[in-house]
Design a protein around this ligand. Structure first.
Ligand code: CA
Length: 226
């Protein structure tokens, strides 16, 4: 399921987004200020960010640069009440992928979101539950089951599992997983290896020697389609 992080202090607008994106099968995470936005970004797998420039606690351009410093690839759409060329240029130079001026239609915004997601190769899995062999992930309640038995994962283990489940059969590089889970300067592949060992211990033990995760030494990890 595609997660859209919305950073917008006007509740009427964020509510409008929530309803419009729900119709498209996306999940929205809503932050009312920059700090909440950063917290949601750290604790969730986010596929795209839509952010207002006029936030109560931090200048939008500063926030944009902070996010970009830590995450080079996540698509960011800026929504601004001001149609100011200088500001638009500053946003695009600061790492925004798109810039939309209020008022705008949610239909147009949704089209821009689809286009950026397509460009980034993100598929919208509208299912709220992921199943692969005995593994089940409930994306809504953030619960993981093996053989219908709940498995307790740490926040980071869960995030790594979601990254691998996002595209079963595809090998993800260490750097890709690390950036998705911790941000660009988040961690090294040694730390990732420790978390992967934890995931294997908790999940694969009930697979009776059947391999769920495949390791490619020096490259990355893949979840096998069972
Ligand atoms: Ca605002």
């Amino acid at each position: 399921m595609v997660n859209i992080l919305i950073i917008e202090d006007d509740k009427a607008i964020s509510n409008l987004y929530r309803i419009a994106f729900k119709l498209d099968g996306y999940k929205t995470l809503i932050a009312n200020n920059a700090l909440e936005g950063i917290n949601l970004l750290i604790t969730n797998i986010v596929d795209i960010i839509i952010m207002d420039l006029g936030l109560p606690d931090l200048d939008g351009i500063k926030l944009l640069k902070d996010i970009r410093e830590n995450n080079e690839t996540i698509p960011i759409i800026i929504v601004s009440a001001r149609s100011n060329e200088e500001e638009k240029v500053a946003c695009l130079d600061g790492g925004a992928n798109d810039y939309v001026t209020k008022p705008f239609s949610t239909v147009e915004l949704a089209a821009r979101v689809r286009s950026l997601l397509r460009f980034n190769g993100v598929k919208n899995q509208t299912e709220s539950v992921f199943i692969n062999g005995k593994l089940k992930i409930d994306y809504v309640s953030h619960t993981v089951y093996v053989d219908e038995k709940e498995i307790h994962l740490t926040n980071y283990e869960y995030k790594i599992l979601c990254v691998l489940a996002q595209n079963v059969g595809k090998t993800f590089t260490h750097n890709y997983i690390i950036e998705k889970v911790w941000g660009k300067d988040g961690n090294d592949s040694g730390t990732l290896r420790v978390f992967m060992a934890g995931l294997r211990r908790k999940i694969e033990k009930d697979f009776f020697k059947e391999e769920l995760f495949r390791t490619y030494v020096g490259i990355g990890y893949r979840m096998i389609r069972l």
